[in-house]
Design a protein. Structure first.
Length: 321
């Protein structure tokens, strides 16, 4: 098992390997690949805003050189991500790659990071195996098992004994389904049915009807950032809340970026996650206030991953000069 400390050490070592490029230029270029358009545009918007906030707070200098962040839009398409990563490494001579809104995008880029020995900071994509795809990857977001296991612990202790799971059918969804179901069953609860929706353009109505027909105590849901508001609308339209079926989820579903658009159906939803804009720590209050001073929306967990990612990259560059 590759440890977090090992990944950080490799990241620092890779910045040393990029030292010759740094020495010959007054500018340090960081390539950021994000879905700025398409279904995951919320993710791109949040991370881009967080990177700009970090630079506003800390300045755009590293080891005496100017930082230039080059943002490329992959629209959530893995083939585009791979091409953009290659262009950033070969043509722009970036010292690090960052961003990566979805698992397929991160996995498509990993071989380029390995071949070019370029540090790759995953700020969003959350399948647990991503960091094993290249020794040059470090992640500043989270993994779905973290959230799913916590919910699988909480639910049986709070009267939920029969559940239906509903997840997006790709890496993180598979993680969420497996780890939640395993933990529920370990705690004596029953998973009645496992339902999946396509990553692209999902229609939730048929699977929600199946979930309602199973008559569970609750439905456990994972969806990628950006799909929560649409899901919550259809959850209400299908009357699952009126049928007494509790909604439990990972925090992606009640995303801070979309929460205001969900209406009263979001009241009573219980989720487990690693970040909330409402967290009362002094550091988070400062982060949220300064983020909203620059933007007309509140930060979500993607913004946190972007802000932390910039901190990791710049600290590594400063440490290795």
């Amino acid at each position: 098992m590759i440890t977090r400390r090992h990944h950080l050490a490799v990241l620092a070592a890779a910045t040393v390997a990029a030292g010759s490029a740094l020495a010959q230029s007054d500018t340090v270029k960081i390539g950021v690949i994000l879905p700025m358009t398409g279904q995951q545009a919320s993710t791109g918007k949040q991370i881009d805003a967080a990177i700009k906030l970090w630079l506003a707070q800390n300045g755009n200098k590293v080891a005496g050189k100017k930082v230039e962040v080059i943002v490329k839009d992959d629209a959530g398409v893995a083939d585009t991500s791979r091409r953009l990563a290659q262009e950033l490494v070969v043509n722009d001579k970036v010292v690090a790659l960052a961003g990566f809104g979805l698992t397929p995008i991160a996995l498509a880029t990993a071989p380029i990071a390995t071949q070019s020995k370029t540090p790759m900071v995953v700020m969003a994509a959350a399948t647990s195996s991503i960091t094993e795809a290249s020794p040059y990857i470090v992640r500043t977001s989270f993994t779905l098992p973290q959230a799913a296991v916590a919910m699988g612990e909480w639910a049986p202790k709070n009267g939920i004994k029969k559940v239906v799971t509903l997840v997006a059918d790709y890496g993180p969804g598979n993680d969420a389904e497996k780890y939640f179901a395993d933990r529920m069953q370990l705690n004596g609860a029953q998973v009645l049915e496992k339902l999946r929706t396509p990553l692209r353009a999902p229609d939730f109505a048929p699977v929600l009807q199946k979930a309602r027909d199973a008559k569970p105590d609750a439905i456990f849901v994972f969806l990628p950032s950006g799909q929560g508001a649409q899901f919550m609308k259809q959850f209400a339209e299908r009357g699952l809340d009126k049928a007494g079926i509790k909604l439990i989820a990972t925090g992606d579903v009640t995303d801070d970026d979309q929460l205001a658009d969900m209406g009263d159906v979001a009241l009573g939803v219980v989720n487990a996650h690693h970040y909330s804009a409402a967290h009362p720590s002094a550091m988070n209050k400062k982060f949220v206030a300064e983020f909203q001073a620059l933007n007309k929306f509140r930060p979500n967990f993607m913004a946190m991953g972007g802000w932390d990612g910039m901190r990791v990259i710049v600290n590594a560059l400063n440490t290795t000069k």
